[in-house]
Design a binder for this molecule. Structure first.
Ligand code: G6Q
Length: 561
């Protein structure tokens, strides 16, 4: 059934409750927001701040260890109220509660969405199809902890009895970006006697470069693949087995040097991995939401089970905040709503994520997948055109590097680019005055973006008349600042859950399914038709461009100059 206006639509199967409407854009709450937008769209942040000296204190919110300053956004307290009304009308809270209950809110795959169960405390209970999934989660965590401890202590050795000193995670997409990002983020907490490598690309140079200084006798591969059929991962895993056996020369060595993380026990066994060394997860964990499951085994090997547990507790703390805090002070909801404000009212198309922490260097790439794969959708949960812009293009890199590159376009280009600045107050690696210099840069950027530099200020600097315009900064460029005391497993878990639930909030407002990924599935099939054509003289039946490129590729590949 497709509902319009105030009708009632089912959103997750028979067990689910109902949501008020399918397209919030058709609601009176949305109309009120748009009318308000017309009033505030041309106002400048300079004006907002000079009218209200308290603004920098008031437009803030806290959850656990995370502090959010959203005062440098082109909005007022009234805007937040109107956005919260939109969220209520869209049924964001109801959908959130349905997720926490385990209702099958992934409607196109008929699945629950329960990454929140991955960090639920041991005594919690979430029942899906008669099974308490929290007990299963802790069963796997216990097995991961025991295995990690054996490897870290040196009790688990390679086939020739040597201690493992290199962990190589083979996976792609959700089975790579999360553990890769997290292992870098928490490197200060890792066992430095081992090296951690990640191989994802089917480009053979990825595998070659990751292993060129490793010894098969002391290398442990984790083949991380939910389906265990993904072309890139299975190809890399096959090459890894050959690389290992070329030196170890005994098939039995596979059991000591390969473990698997998957939901597909049959394929894991076929590959030759001992099922005892397989760590499972469930179809209710989406790949991009999975690094706190067994997909994070490489991270647990790096930081140990206790610190992995601290991270899970951080995730859970943010889950509880998201589940219980009122919309107006709910950090993930606020961030989601502010994103809707820019995307759907101002027409902004991107979000820059700018962590001022080298440890968070991979965070933008990770969030790119989390957000763009979740909310890159154009039909509602009922299959209707969504009727408004959905997820943003997410991009960025660790500061201060970007300041010497693309910030120019944010400051003086023609596009509106909302940005998230992420600040870690205490350095994990104190070094002279580096930390204060880092944070001074972080604080200066949102200020300059918001307030700019007027003609008068430029002239007062003594700039020659014909040089003035190029030196004017219009300002009014919005940003959030997220401040955390330090980067620990616990605060890191909070930060990631914050973004997970921000993405959820936006998907709920647009009434799209944030938990399928048919575009990724398409990518997994497309190449299959072309692979055999590259190797043969078979007649090519693609468009003329693709046919010509295939012929040209064959010639270049086979040419021996
Ligand atoms: C994540 C996506 C996608 C997936 C990879 C790897 O949400 O579904 O990035 O994680 O395609 O899939 P496998 O884990 O099945 O190899």
């Amino acid at each position: 059934m497709v509902a319009t206006g105030g009708e009632v639509a089912s959103f997750g199967g028979a067990a689910c409750q109902t949501r008020p409407m399918t397209r919030v854009v058709d609601s009176s709450e949305w109309n009120a927001l748009v009318a308000h937008y017309d009033e505030v769209k041309d106002r400048h942040l300079r004006e907002f701040f000079s009218n209200d000296p308290q603004r920098g204190e008031d437009l803030t919110a806290t959850a656990g260890d995370l502090f959010l300053d959203y005062s440098k956004h082109r909005l007022t307290g009234a805007t937040i109220g109107l956005l919260a009304d939109v969220a209520r009308r869209a049924g964001v809270e109801e959908l959130r509660d349905a997720m926490f209950r385990g209702d099958p809110i992934n409607v196109t795959e008929h699945r629950s969405v329960l990454h929140i169960a991955l960090r639920a405390p041991r005594d919690a209970e979430i029942v899906v199809d008669g099974v308490n999934v929290v007990a299963e989660v802790h069963g796997v965590l216990d097995r991961m902890a025991a295995f990690s401890e054996r490897v870290r202590s040196g009790e688990w050795t390679g086939h020739t009895g040597k201690r493992i000193d290199a962990i190589v995670n083979i996976g792609i997409g959700g089975s790579d970006l999360g553990p890769r990002m997290a292992t870098t983020a928490l490197a200060a907490f890792s066992d430095r006697s081992m090296r951690y490598r990640f191989v994802s690309n089917i480009d053979g140079s990825d595998f070659r470069e990751a292993t060129q200084d490793l010894d098969p006798e002391t290398t442990l591969f984790i083949v991380a693949s939910k389906t265990f059929t993904t072309l890139e991962t299975m190809t890399n895993a096959g090459s890894a087995r050959e690389w290992s056996l070329a030196k170890l020369r005994d098939d039995a060595a596979v059991a000591r040097h390969f473990v698997a993380v998957s939901t597909n026990a049959d394929e894991v066994t076929k590959f030759g991995i001992d099922p005892d060394n397989m760590f499972g997860f469930w179809d209710w964990v989406g790949g991009r939401y999975s690094f706190d499951s067994a997909i994070g085994l490489s991270l647990m090997l790096a930081i140990g089970a206790d610190q992995f547990g601290d991270m899970l507790a951080g995730f859970h703390a943010m889950d509880e905040h998201f589940r219980t805090a009122p919309i107006e002070s709910n950090l993930p909801m606020l961030m989601g709503l502010i994103g809707v404000w820019y995307g759907n009212c101002f027409g902004a198309e991107t979000l820059a994520v700018l962590p001022y922490s080298q440890y968070l260097a991979h965070l933008p790439a990770y969030l790119q997948q989390l957000d763009m794969e979740s909310n890159g959708k154009s039909v509602t949960r009922e299959g209707e055109p969504v009727g408004m812009q959905t997820g943003p293009i997410v991009w960025g890199q660790a500061g201060t590097n970007g300041q010497h590159a693309y910030y120019q376009l944010i400051h003086q280009g023609t596009k509106l680019i909302p940005a998230d600045f992420i600040c870690v107050a205490r350095a994990a690696q104190p070094l002279g005055d580096h930390q204060d210099l880092l944070v001074a840069n972080l604080l200066a950027q949102p200020e300059a973006l918001a307030f700019g530099k007027t003609r008068e200020e430029v002239i007062a600097d003594g700039v020659e008349t014909d040089q003035v315009e190029a030196r004017v900064f219009a300002g009014n460029h919005p940003s959030s600042t997220i401040l955390m005391p330090e980067l620990t497993p616990h605060t890191f878990g909070q930060l990631i859950a914050l973004y997970e639930h921000k993405v959820f909030t936006q998907g709920a407002i647009w009434n799209i399914n944030s938990f399928d990924q048919w575009g990724v599935e398409l990518g997994k099939q497309l190449a299959q038709r072309i692979v055999p054509e590259l190797d043969s003289d078979a007649e090519l039946t693609h468009d003329s461009s693709t046919n010509a490129l295939i012929r040209r590729y064959r010639q270049l590949r086979d040419r021996r100059d």
